[in-house]
Design a protein around this ligand. Structure first.
Ligand SMILES: [Mg+2]
Length: 218
């Protein structure tokens, strides 16, 4: 018999996990790095991927520390992102997956490095805002990971020791350490890469696998 993970809550990352937005975000992220920092496409791509999962503001700060054009680069990225982010589709099994988890009486949250207003508006436009128990977006000082997890704990009474975060990036995995469990979704990163990063838990290749792996806490 399959052992299911007892869950008090499941928190999903947004970009690349619920939404098929990574090809778009990587394209504009790389374009902005090439333009502002004069790096080649290959170098920009590898720098983008090494820091993906973080807000773009941190991606450029980590890659080009102290560079005077950082603010301008971030501003351009965010402008390009807002122009097209609402056109990015959810993965085909995203809504069904969330519905099946909610039907198991497990509340579902979203924790994202996309700005709060943008992510709320994204779900509102699709008419599925009410599916979620909470949607946490980025603002400086309130990030995906520790800040969002602690907020879920203090404002929604979520037991983090019985919470699973589902994400598609190595940074997502690292940000759960010490807070909650992690399910890796393959896409931008392979199972091998998650293993090399230290993740010894579940890796799925589609969201639809998740509802059968979890059960509500008694
Ligand atoms: Mg992601």
């Amino acid at each position: 018999m399959v052992t299911r993970i007892p869950c008090a809550a499941i928190i999903f990352d947004f970009d690349g996990t619920l939404a098929d937005s990574m090809p778009f975000l990587e394209k504009i992220g790389v374009k902005v790095m090439m333009k502002y920092y004069g790096v080649s496409k290959n170098e920009a791509t590898s720098r983008y991927r090494a820091t993906t999962g973080l807000p773009y503001e941190h991606q450029v700060r980590d890659n080009f520390q102290g560079n005077p054009v950082n603010d301008e680069a971030v501003e351009e990225f965010e402008k390009l992102k807002i122009d097209k982010i609402y056109e990015q589709v959810l993965f085909p099994d995203a809504i069904d997956t969330v519905n099946r988890i909610v039907a198991k009486s497990i509340p579902v949250f979203v924790s994202s490095s996309t700005f709060q207003a943008t992510i709320t508006e994204y779900f509102r436009r699709r008419g599925i805002l009410e599916l979620f128990a909470g949607i946490f977006g980025y603002r400086p000082g309130f990030e995906k990971g520790a800040d969002h997890f602690r907020y879920a704990q203090s404002n929604h009474g979520v037991d983090l020791s019985r919470t699973v975060f589902v994400g598609d990036s190595l940074k997502d995995y690292q940000r759960t350490l010490g807070y909650c469990q992690f399910i890796a979704l393959e896409g931008m990163f392979s199972e091998k890469e998650f293993r090399e990063a230290g993740h010894d838990g579940i890796v799925v290749s589609a969201l639809g696998e998740i509802p059968d792996l979890v059960v509500a806490v008694e």
